[in-house]
Design a protein around this ligand. Structure first.
Ligand code: HEC
Length: 163
């Protein structure tokens, strides 16, 4: 019987020792609120969701001109992005034709080949994309870099048949 007593004592001693640093009352634990220091640093190579970038809403769009030359490459890249972000509403040719999603919206997404859209400067198209969209169209500043947005502008202007 002696061994049982010994084992029991040992167990009590073990439990007492292991509980020593654990406070079972959650109120007394150290807690950190969301975004409160100390924060875990972002993994190496991760891309900021909110990069510091120029705020284009502060300038007149007419003054904004593209730093990206319209080349086959920039247009191809722009098409890839357009097919992801814009096609559902504006359609493959920009006229919204045949897009069931476009039919559901009021106001209807703009026909990018109508007179108003053809009169937009490249800076105005760019601002629609990176600043705050238009109507139910959202802005895409978190989804696209400025360079990517300019490539979409290249593609849109090509779709419109503009020089
Ligand atoms: C959720 C649907 C939707 C998506 C996605 C969308 N748009 Fe739009 N777009 C609209 C609507 C709606 C308008 C405004 C129509 C109005 O108010 O007359 C608009 C307006 C525009 C205009 C302005 C046209 C004008 O006449 O002033 C441009 C340029 C444009 N969109 C380009 C894009 C590009 C480029 C993308 C992708 C990056 C995109 N849109 C994504 C719905 C959308």
């Amino acid at each position: 019987m002696m061994w049982r007593k010994g084992a029991g004592l040992l167990l009590v001693a073990f439990l007492a020792a292991s509980c020593e640093n654990v406070d079972l009352d959650l109120h007394d634990q150290i807690t950190f609120k969301h975004q409160e220091y100390p924060m875990i640093p972002a993994p190496k190579g991760s891309v900021s969701m909110n990069p510091k970038r120029f705020d284009y809403s502060t300038v007149d769009a007419v003054m904004v001109t593209s730093p990206v030359k319209r080349t086959k490459d920039s247009v191809d890249d722009g098409k890839k992005l357009y097919d992801i972000f814009c096609i559902a509403c504006h359609g493959p040719d920009g006229t919204t034709t045949g897009m069931p999603v476009a039919d559901k919206f009021e106001p209807r997404p703009a026909n990018l080949k109508n007179e108003t859209a053809l009169a937009l400067t490249e800076g105005e198209i760019f601002q629609r994309i990176v600043v705050d969209g238009m109507g139910i169209m959202p802005g895409y500043k978190f989804e696209m870099s400025d360079e990517e947005a300019w490539k979409v502008v290249s593609y849109v202007m090509q779709l419109q048949g503009r020089k």
